[in-house]
Design a protein around this ligand. Structure first.
Ligand SMILES: [Zn+2]
Length: 91
């Protein structure tokens, strides 16, 4: 089961959302922020290692997830990711 991390553009809430399939994650609407209810959420790079550890993906899905993460990594500013990860560790 793919897990993606999202950040809320309104309140900065960082949260994870579970999708039944990679396809659903790609085609589904952004989930609602659990902090403030805003729909202005943006997907950020999630941890492929987490996906693998849960064992919910077939090798093909893992490859697709990895390719997807690489695409996301290229469009997400490295500084933003570092900031979000630092913030998450503290909370
Ligand atoms: Zn929010």
């Amino acid at each position: 089961m793919p897990i993606y991390e999202y950040v809320c553009a309104d309140c900065g809430e960082l949260f994870e959302h579970f999708w039944p399939t990679i396809k659903a994650a790609d085609e589904g609407q952004a989930p609602t922020c659990p902090g403030c209810g805003s729909r202005a959420t943006q997907r950020i790079v999630s941890q492929v290692a987490v996906l693998g550890r849960l064992g919910g993906l077939t090798p093909g899905e893992q490859a697709a997830a990895s390719a997807h993460e690489e695409r996301l990594a290229r469009i997400t500013p490295r500084e933003q990711i570092a900031k979000l990860q630092a913030r998450k560790k503290k909370t």
